[in-house]
Design a protein around this ligand. Structure first.
Ligand SMILES: C[S@@+](CC[C@H](N)C(=O)[O-])C[C@H]1O[C@@H](n2cnc3c(N)ncnc32)[C@H](O)[C@@H]1O
Length: 286
C-alpha cells in the first residue's frame, strides 16, 4: 500500500504526460476494438495514402495491392472509430489523391531515404485507364457514407507552397481533402470558435470550405505530417476543452501537440514504435 502510494506520488511529480493523454503502439483496428463505445468526442487523422509510402512494418495500411482492399481496410478502422465516438462526435479525415501507374510496376528508389516510397506501383484499378486520377478520397468518402457516417463537408486544403510537378498536360496538384463526417444528424460544431476574418474592419463570418495552409514537415519524420494549422480548426470545432480526441494514425503526433495546446485530452495510436518514440520526444515526454 505504502509502495503504491509512493509510486503514485512519483508519477504525479515526474510523469510529464498530462492525465488522459496517451500514445498506444499497435494496429489501429485491434487497438480500437478494445475501447468502450462513446469514448471520444472527436477524431482527427491522416491515414497512409494508397501505394505511396513504405513505413517498413507488417500490417501497415496503404501497402494493399488492390485499391478496394485499401478502402475496405480503412472503412473497417473508421467503422470502429464511429463506434468509439460520442453520439454527437465528428470525424475529420485528411486524405490525398493519386494517379494510376500506367504500365509502370515499380518506382525508382529514393536515394536519400530508401524507406520513403513504395518500391512497387499498385496496378491500375479495374475500370480506370493509365493517367486517370483515381479519386481515392471520394471513393473512401462514399464508402464511409454507406457505412453510416454523415458526410457533412469536403474541405479543400489548398497548399500555396505545394511541390512542383514535372507535368505539362494538366495543372499541378496543390490541394488535398479534409472530409468532415458526423456520427449523427445533430452533433457538436463550435461555429464561433472557428469563424474567420471577413474583412479588414475585423468582421467575422462562418468559416469557408477552402483552407490555405502551407505544408510543413516535422524534423525527423520521413513521412507526410499534417501541419498543426490544419488540425487546429478541426479540434476547435469538434471538441470542447477537456474532451478526448482520437488519432488512430498518430505518426509524429501533430494531433497530440495541438490537443495539448488547446487543453484537450488525446489518444494516439501508432503502429511503428520508432514513430511513437518520435511523437513522445515531440511532446517532451521522453
Ligand atoms: C500519414 S502518417 C500520419 C502522420 C501524422 N498525421 C503526423 O502529422 O505526423 C500515417 C501513419 O500511420 C501509421 N500506420 C500505418 N498503418 C497503421 C496501422 N495499421 N495502425 C496504426 N498506425 C498505422 C504509419 O506508421 C504512419 O506513422
Amino acid at each position: 500500500m505504502g509502495r503504491d502510494l509512493t509510486e503514485a506520488y512519483q508519477r504525479l511529480i515526474f510523469d510529464p504526460r498530462p492525465p488522459g493523454c496517451e500514445i498506444i503502439v499497435g494496429d489501429a483496428l485491434s487497438v480500437l476494438t478494445g475501447f468502450p463505445s462513446n469514448t471520444f468526442r472527436c477524431c482527427v487523422t491522416s491515414p497512409p495514402y494508397w501505394g505511396l509510402r513504405d513505413y517498413g512494418i507488417p500490417n501497415q495500411i496503404g501497402s494493399e495491392f488492390h485499391l478496394n482492399d485499401y478502402i475496405d481496410h480503412l472503412t473497417k478502422v473508421f467503422e470502429e472509430t464511429r463506434r468509439v465516438l460520442t453520439e454527437d462526435g465528428t470525424f475529420w479525415l485528411n486524405i490525398g489523391d493519386s494517379y494510376t501507374s500506367g504500365n509502370r510496376t515499380w518506382r525508382a528508389e529514393d536515394k536519400k531515404n530508401p524507406a520513403r516510397s513504395m518500391r512497387y506501383r499498385p496496378p491500375t484499378p479495374e475500370g480506370l485507364k493509365p493517367k486517370d486520377l483515381i479519386g481515392v478520397p471520394w471513393r473512401i468518402a462514399f464508402a464511409l457514407q454507406e457505412a453510416g457516417w454523415y458526410l457533412r463537408s469536403d474541405i479543400i486544403w489548398y497548399k500555396p507552397n505545394c511541390q512542383p510537378e514535372s507535368v505539362k498536360d494538366r495543372p499541378t496538384r496543390a490541394h488535398e481533402y479534409v472530409f468532415m463526417f458526423s456520427k449523427s444528424e445533430k452533433y457538436l460544431y463550435n461555429y464561433e470558435a472557428v469563424r474567420e476574418q471577413a474583412n479588414s474592419h475585423g468582421g467575422r463570418r462562418n468559416r469557408r470550405s477552402v483552407w490555405a495552409i502551407n505544408t510543413i514537415g516535422y524534423p525527423g519524420a520521413h513521412f507526410a505530417t499534417f501541419p498543426p494549422e490544419l488540425v487546429e480548426p478541426c479540434v476547435l470545432a469538434g471538441s470542447n476543452p477537456g474532451d478526448r480526441v482520437l488519432d488512430p494514425f498518430f505518426g509524429s503526433g501533430t494531433v497530440g501537440e495541438v490537443c495539448l495546446r488547446l487543453g484537450r485530452k488525446f489518444t494516439g495510436i501508432e503502429l511503428k514504435e520508432a514513430y511513437a518514440s518520435l511523437a513522445r520526444r515531440r511532446l517532451k515526454w521522453q
